[in-house]
Design a protein around this ligand. Structure first.
Ligand SMILES: *[C@@H]1O[C@H](CO)[C@@H](O)[C@H](O)[C@H]1NC(C)=O
Ligand SMILES: *[C@@H]1O[C@H](CO)[C@@H](O)[C@H](O)[C@H]1NC(C)=O
Ligand SMILES: *[C@@H]1O[C@H](CO)[C@@H](O)[C@H](O)[C@H]1NC(C)=O
Ligand SMILES: *[C@@H]1O[C@H](CO)[C@@H](O)[C@H](O)[C@H]1NC(C)=O
Ligand SMILES: *[C@@H]1O[C@H](CO)[C@@H](O)[C@H](O)[C@H]1NC(C)=O
Ligand SMILES: *[C@@H]1O[C@H](CO)[C@@H](O)[C@H](O)[C@H]1NC(C)=O
Ligand SMILES: *[C@@H]1O[C@H](CO)[C@@H](O)[C@H](O)[C@H]1NC(C)=O
Ligand SMILES: *[C@@H]1O[C@H](CO)[C@@H](O)[C@H](O)[C@H]1NC(C)=O
Ligand SMILES: *[C@@H]1O[C@H](CO)[C@@H](O)[C@H](O)[C@H]1NC(C)=O
Ligand SMILES: *[C@@H]1O[C@H](CO)[C@@H](O)[C@H](O)[C@H]1NC(C)=O
Length: 509
């Protein structure tokens, strides 16, 4: 068992005992009103928000200004804009939908773009459930403030792209990452013109399939040779599809299941069969040969073909099997169990599910009106129809571009020396070791892969801004709840940082 898992388990056990004590408190008289207020964190930003100074409000931008949002307390809103901006200003038939929120605090001359993946999934997920200021995620009855929002640090731009995603309009035509990047840079220039932005440092970030979007878009920006609009300073990708991830998931899934079966609970005979397939399909030998630091040569091309040999599609097999012991299995967080949490965006796991009183938020007419979204578009978190219209491609998504490790990712690393690749250890959708294996087949700054296994921890010392007051107002002062809870999302993340040749560089965020 690796140290990260042990750390996670310890935390899990400690939290179990904390919850036990809390239920005693609840039995003794329930939570007081003050505590509930603390939980909701309603006051955190009251002083920070200041409508007397709107940094980007002009005659060009005013039609995008968001005055209020249904269900969201007014004091949760800081300066916020959203709407459609055409890719080509002379023809509005193809346009991307964006949400722009300036930094809360001192202004900064930089802009961070966030993209969700799919392909075809909406970046409004990032806005409402990941790094935005208003947090309304799975299992939440009503929205809260996210004290860790990225708008604490930077101006944020969430974009629904490519065409075919979310509220964005137009008929999908893309067959490659080059196609969608060409659209994106045009949209982005129009966006900057409307908001009077020039000479900003640009950071491009995203997760999952955006592991392909982000380096291709950053590369296309570098290609423009125009630092007035496209001064790319770095990128960040989480659980990214940068290599042959489906095949690399098959190669790395068996040891993952073996090490995490305390939460997956798959039975012994299943594990034995899986181990056999891992051997017979050559995955164990592949790991021995290529999961090395420095790498032992170039990996052969890998394609997953589940029709040709179903037994060797070990990841698919695990995915199906996992729902047996845990019907609420969540492919993005294997630690979650039942009950299934309702999701105001409609997809808490790979199942569509929201609480009866919570219709899909961005599909509400009142929300569409507030956000200047097209009323005739039926919003879905992930598009029902393909956003790439090609055939095949290296990842069989109709997207013909080579994997980012082949060219664009090394190029962006070499141009910026500020590229962060991170992977959640509890995410089984893109396995940490699959990402690592992809990196070991990539050449940048003249060397292939990491020369030594990345092992230096990053110590995150932010205080716990979410639960500390809840615990301390109820007599849990002695417990270092802060360290415990603060680190909760952290053990889920393994950071792999690529900087100047092989050291850390400056993190972008
Ligand atoms: C709001 O901003 C204005 C102009 O920047 C400043 O004068 C005022 O003190 C601010 N108010 C608060 C409550 O921060
Ligand atoms: C606008 O673009 C659409 C889609 O590309 C095209 O069908 C249409 O003819 C264009 N309209 C004009 C006026 O150019
Ligand atoms: C984010 O900003 C708010 C308001 O200024 C502040 O209370 C909070 O501590 C900040 N969060 C972090 C992680 O610094
Ligand atoms: C940017 O510069 C590179 C190298 O000088 C050149 O190959 C490329 O065509 C230029 N791009 C544009 C859009 O001018
Ligand atoms: C990931 O790969 C490393 C070898 O680099 C191995 O030691 C570790 O057990 C693997 N972890 C999982 C969860 O498969
Ligand atoms: C390194 O690769 C070579 C060529 O594929 C192979 O023969 C050798 O066994 C590999 N070394 C290790 C330690 O896996
Ligand atoms: C590894 O890289 C080589 C060339 O750089 C490429 O041909 C091969 O397809 C890659 N293999 C994987 C698994 O990405
Ligand atoms: C997968 O394998 C099947 C059966 O061998 C074959 O018919 C099919 O063309 C293969 N698919 C791809 C994408 O190679
Ligand atoms: C969105 O609203 C439309 C009607 O306006 C409805 O047909 C559709 O089913 C809704 N979609 C979701 C995911 O709720
Ligand atoms: C992480 O930071 C905390 C607080 O500064 C410190 O007590 C701890 O020793 C650090 N841990 C590591 C591994 O550096």
């Amino acid at each position: 068992m690796n140290p990260i898992m042990i750390k996670f388990l310890l935390q899990f056990m400690l939290i179990g005992s904390v919850y036990g004590k809390l239920s005693e408190v609840a039995r003794r008289g329930g939570y007081g009103r003050r505590t509930l207020d603390d939980v909701r964190q309603r006051r955190i930003y009251e002083q920070a928000l200041n409508y007397t100074s709107l940094q980007y409000y002009t005659t060009d931008s005013e039609k995008y200004f968001v005055k209020s949002l249904p269900e969201i307390p007014q004091n949760f809103l800081s300066e916020l804009y959203s709407g459609l901006i055409p890719i080509d200003m002379s023809n509005a038939s193809r346009a991307l939908f964006f949400v722009f929120q300036p930094r809360v605090g001192e202004p900064v001359d930089e802009l961070t773009i966030w993209l969700n993946g799919g392909p075809g999934c909406s970046s409004l997920e990032g806005f409402l459930q990941e790094n935005g200021l208003i947090q309304w995620t799975w299992g939440q009855f009503d929205p809260t403030i996210n004290p860790y929002s990225w708008v604490n640090l930077t101006n944020m731009l969430w974009v629904e792209q490519p065409v075919g995603t979310g509220f964005s309009i137009g008929t999908p035509t893309a067959t490659s990452e080059e196609d969608i990047s060409a659209d994106f840079v045009k949209f982005f220039k129009n966006f900057q013109d409307i908001f009077g932005i020039q000479n900003y440092k640009i950071y491009v970030t995203g997760e999952s399939y955006a592991g392909r979007y982000v380096p291709y878009i950053a590369n296309e920006m570098l290609e423009q040779n125009d630092t007035c609009y496209y001064d790319v300073n770095g990128i960040l990708v989480y659980d990214p599809c940068i290599g042959s991830w489906a095949a690399q998931n098959d190669i790395t899934v068996y040891p993952y299941v073996e090490q995490n079966n305390n939460v997956l609970n798959l039975d012994k005979s299943y594990l034995a069969t899986l181990q056999n397939h891992d051997e017979v399909c050559g995955y164990s030998a592949f790991r021995d040969q290529y999961m090395r630091f420095p790498p032992n040569g170039t990996q052969p091309p890998l394609y997953e073909n589940c029709t040709a040999s179903a037994d060797c599609c070990t990841w698919n097999s695990v995915y199906d099997a996992a729902y047996g012991p845990n019907p609420c299995f969540n492919v993005y967080d294997v630690g979650l169990q039942c009950p299934l949490l309702g999701d105001v965006l409609g997809y808490p796991t790979d199942l569509q599910y929201s609480y009866p009183s919570q219709p899909v938020y961005f599909n509400r007419t009142d929300v569409k009106i507030s956000m200047h979204a097209p009323l005739d578009v039926s919003w879905l978190e992930c598009a029902a129809n393909p956003v790439f219209v090609g055939e095949g491609g290296p990842q069989d998504e109709g997207d013909s571009s080579p994997d980012p490790i082949q060219y664009v990712l090394p190029r962006v690393i070499e141009a910026t020396n500020r590229v962060l690749v991170a992977n959640g250890d509890l995410d089984i959708d893109v396995l940490t070791n699959a990402t690592l294996l992809a990196i070991q087949n990539m050449t940048w700054h003249g060397h292939m892969g990491f020369q030594t296994k990345p092992a230096t921890p990053i110590n995150i010392t932010l205080p716990d801004l979410q639960y500390q007051s809840l615990f301390s107002t109820q007599g849990f002062d002695g417990l270092d709840v802060s360290a415990l809870l603060r680190s909760l999302p952290v053990p889920c993340t393994e950071w792999i940082v690529i900087g100047t040749p092989r050291d850390y560089g400056n993190p972008a965020l």
